[in-house]
Design a protein around this ligand. Structure first.
Ligand SMILES: C[S@@+](CC[C@H](N)C(=O)[O-])C[C@H]1O[C@@H](n2cnc3c(N)ncnc32)[C@H](O)[C@@H]1O
Length: 243
């Protein structure tokens, strides 16, 4: 699915001094309605290594931190946060409006253990400190199916190494995709990073044998996953453990 591209400055995204361009999106300013819930652009990089302190939750410093990449409106992260009030969650997406909608719901519900980042997850190594994350999730990233688009795929050797920097030892990186070609591409990238990641489990058909898969609900499945299951598409998945 093609996604809206954020405006960028002239430095490459991977550069430490990169700066987000001035956003024209009206929801950029509106995100300011949710201080302490929604962080946007440079703000997503100002508390790296200290995110636990940003949660208004007693004992936050010792709690587990889960981060979902490409969270959309945060339907999965929000359901997890409600179910597991003792854990802390961050949902990241680059679309302003959906992060605004997510933050609106968190504010309405008074959820204290969930933050949203509006930013480009290619900057993950600047967003978090070393080993800050207990578990990272990437569900149904844009597959960029054409060969000329493969360079846009998020999961590659470099991002696996950056993810390894921010996930703690024995931490988890869970990935799901509907796309066979992207899954093969992921496996090839994972094979190059066995010094930092160990495959705990992988499957080419996550819901195999589950006759009630169509009845699964969020957060056990994502919104996209529900559509794929309905269309009879097999879900490929891998669980990586940080070495
Ligand atoms: C195909 S959707 C999947 C959404 C959700 N995980 C699900 O399974 O229902 C991919 C999501 O990733 C987000 N996304 C794509 N590239 C991104 C990037 N570089 N940084 C942050 N979010 C990104 C998109 O805006 C979109 O919400």
């Amino acid at each position: 699915m093609p996604s809206q591209k954020p405006e960028i400055s002239r430095l490459p995204l991977s550069h430490p001094d990169y700066r987000y361009g001035k956003a024209k999106n009206p929801y950029s300013a509106k995100l300011g309605e949710f201080p302490g819930i929604a962080y946007s652009d440079h703000e997503t990089e100002t508390h790296a290594g200290k995110w636990r302190e940003r949660f208004d939750v007693p004992g936050a410093k010792t709690k587990r931190l889960h981060v979902e990449i490409g969270c959309n409106t945060g339907h999965v992260t929000r359901a997890w946060a409600e179910k597991n009030p003792k854990d802390l969650y961050v949902g990241i997406d680059w679309k302003f409006k959906i992060i605004y909608r997510g933050a609106e719901k968190v504010s309405e519900k008074g959820l204290k253990n969930l933050l949203f980042f509006r930013g480009n997850v290619e900057r993950i190594r600047f967003m978090f400190g070393e080993g800050e994350i207990d578990a990272l999730y990437l569900y149904f990233p844009d597959p960029w199916p054409k060969k000329a688009q493969w360079k846009n795929r998020f999961l590659k050797e470099s991002t696996l190494r950056e993810a390894a920097r921010v996930v703690k030892k024995d931490g988890l990186f869970h990935v799901k995709t509907d796309h066979d070609g992207y899954f093969e591409w992921m496996r090839a990238a994972i094979a190059k990073t066995t010094d930092v990641w160990e495959i705990e489990r992988e499957t080419l058909d996550l819901h195999e044998g589950n006759e009630k898969a169509k009845e699964l609900t969020i957060p056990d499945v994502t919104l996209f996953e529900k559509l794929f299951i309905k269309d009879g598409i097999k879900i490929k998945s891998v669980w990586l453990k940080r070495k």
